[in-house]
Design a binder for this molecule. Structure first.
Ligand SMILES: Nc1ncnc2c1ncn2[C@@H]1O[C@H](COP(=O)(O)OP(=O)(O)OP(=O)(O)O)[C@@H](O)[C@H]1O
Ligand SMILES: [Mg+2]
Length: 303
């Protein structure tokens, strides 16, 4: 490794270890794909990475190529662990949404990441080349609440909020959060304290609108660094249109439409390394984000 590369790596580790990044956007734009590839790229940069799936439709494990075991998602989303939620929130054996019942609003959760994360240590490209990261990569699958109307006023809501807040405010890893689609989650203020919010957009007015709404809300929540990635681009002109319509957010990079990425999803193989060009562009976008975070006033070193 050259001196320059070693220096660059050291800077990335110094700036990013302990930083928290949330990835959002409209449904189906590529949030999980970007999250999975970035998680592996950051781990390759020497960082200890904690990737969190905070989407009700938990698919981050599949983007890492982790197989389903006996019909069950692996790892099991924490939101499905009724017994655990009941124990931690003090609701007895069954944790059911109960507006009139009492439950702990701030349950103890600090021991849970280590207990329930899955180590994704070996990075294997489709070509079969084994890449051993210097940093570590762990996956924590939280899930999210899907029932309309339950919001935060239920044990599950309190449990998830406590876990997200704990990981955002206290963990020393570089945390990447794969969020639910849309803007609904922003109101819960569960993303407060993150260093950067990255919205993924595709060539479509509605996804740009969602990104602009997210950017506005993120700024209101005091997030200093709000950025965007344009995904599934088929014509260079599309990137220009996207760029011209984005407000209050920096475009980190554009990713072309890739049949290999689509194929990786179909075959449940890892998205990392599925398309060398997309990976390279995400590497450049990642470096741009590191620069933005290091220059951002909201960057709070937690080490
Ligand atoms: N650049 C790309 N080229 C082609 N297909 C892509 C690209 N990026 C993502 N995809 C495909 O688009 C689909 C949606 O991607 P992904 O699951 O990452 O989106 P998402 O925003 O996380 O979706 P959701 O809102 O459902 O969580 C997947 O099939 C994925 O393989
Ligand atoms: Mg997703």
């Amino acid at each position: 490794m050259g001196v320059q590369t070693a220096d660059k790596k050291a800077v990335i580790i110094f700036v990013m270890q302990g930083a928290k990044i949330a990835i959002g956007g409209k449904g189906g734009v590529g949030k999980t794909t970007v999250c999975a590839i970035w998680a592996q790229l950051f781990a390759e940069s020497g960082l200890d990475v904690l990737a969190i799936d905070a989407d009700p439709n938990t698919t981050l494990a599949s983007a890492f190529g982790i197989p389903i075991k006996s019909g069950q998602q692996c790892p099991e989303p924490l939101i499905k662990m009724k017994q655990l939620i009941a124990e931690r929130t003090g609701t007895g054996k069954e944790a059911v949404p109960n507006l009139s019942g009492y439950f702990r609003l701030n349950p103890k959760v600090s021991d849970l990441p280590e207990k329930y994360w899955l180590e994704v240590n070996t990075l294997k490209s489709p070509a079969g080349t084994l890449k051993v990261p210097v940093g570590t990569l762990k996956l924590l699958v939280l899930g999210a609440i899907t029932q309309a109307g339950t919001g935060c006023a239920c044990p599950e809501g309190a449990f998830l909020k406590a876990l997200l807040r704990h990981t955002i405010l206290q963990r020393q890893e570089l945390v990447l959060v794969d969020l639910a689609a849309g803007v609904e989650f922003m109101g819960r203020a569960s993303v407060q304290g993150i260093d950067a919010f990255v919205a993924v957009v595709e060539p479509g007015g509605r996804s740009i609108e969602t990104a602009n709404n997210i950017a506005k809300m993120a700024k209101e929540l005091g997030i200093g660094c709000v950025a965007t990635i344009a995904n599934r681009i088929t014509e260079p002109a599309q990137a220009e249109v996207i760029k011209s319509q984005l407000k209050e957010t920096v475009l980190l990079g554009t990713l072309r439409y890739s049949r290999s990425l689509q194929e990786a999803d179909l075959r449940r193989t890892p998205v990392f390394g599925a398309d060398a060009e997309v990976t390279e562009h995400l590497k450049q976008a990642k470096n741009k984000l590191v620069e933005l975070i290091s220059g951002s006033s909201s960057k709070v070193k937690k080490q």
